[in-house]
Ligand binder design. Structure first.
Ligand code: IMP
Length: 203
């Protein structure tokens, strides 16, 4: 694919997604490359609703095929919260530090062994001529009682990845991109892209 717009201004996501698309998309641009890129109101009740809304608006605004993800952390003992509210858990303009502090507070009384959680990512691919596809990824882990590691972004320092003795923030970018919810969803998108590009080249 020649050109694709990734509908996010989140530097952490742009960095991860661009690395994952390398080799299959010639030019990846993002919302951060446009001064007047529209701000999508994420008022959906599911990751699917929000991802589709962001991708549709980006495809309409740029006239390019658009990829958008909606993702978040779902903690079992908090009934799946913060979920779609992950980015604004501690308030509309809260940053990672405030969100992480609130997560620690909410999980304070959850005993060891009941701290299961998952990062979930839904990727929407929308083309200007109206094609729409959804892809989902999920990774399980446990909520830590204090932050560990400097890498990644968001809740990474508080998420102990199942199968690793490290938090998501203690993984390298390559390791995170080998297992993460976002990598899994984008991996499914890439499989789809390979298959459809193959068909286009044959037809
Ligand atoms: P979105 O931009 O509306 O999809 O919100 C995503 C929010 O979920 C981020 O701001 C983070 O708080 C959290 N999140 C999503 N993916 C990750 C991740 O890979 N690591 C840590 N936090 C994440």
């Amino acid at each position: 694919m020649k050109e694709l717009i990734v509908a996010t201004r989140n530097r952490g996501k742009i960095h991860e997604i661009t690395a994952l698309l390398a080799g299959l998309v010639d030019q990846v641009s993002s919302a951060a490359d446009f001064a007047d890129f529209p701000e999508t109101i994420e008022d959906g009740v599911t990751f699917e609703d929000n991802a589709l809304k962001k991708a549709r608006e980006a495809a309409r605004f740029t006239g390019l095929p658009a990829l958008a993800d909606d993702s978040g952390l779902a903690v079992d003992a908090l009934d799946g919260c913060p979920g779609v509210f992950s980015a604004r858990f501690a308030g509309e303009h809260a940053g990672d530090a405030a969100n992480n502090a609130l997560l620690l507070e909410k999980c304070h009384n959850i005993p060891e062994g009941q701290r299961q959680a998952a990062f979930v990512c839904v990727v929407a691919f929308v083309t200007p001529d109206g094609e729409e596809q959804l892809f989902t990824g999920r990774i399980s882990g446990q909520i830590l009682s204090s932050a560990r590691g400097e890498g990644g972004f968001g809740y990474d320092p508080l998420f102990l990845v199942d199968g690793f003795d490290r938090s998501m923030a203690e993984l390298t970018l390559a390791e995170k991109n080998g297992v993460s919810h976002r990598a899994q969803a984008i991996g499914k998108f890439l499989e789809y892209l390979r298959a459809t590009e193959l068909v286009k080249n044959v037809v």
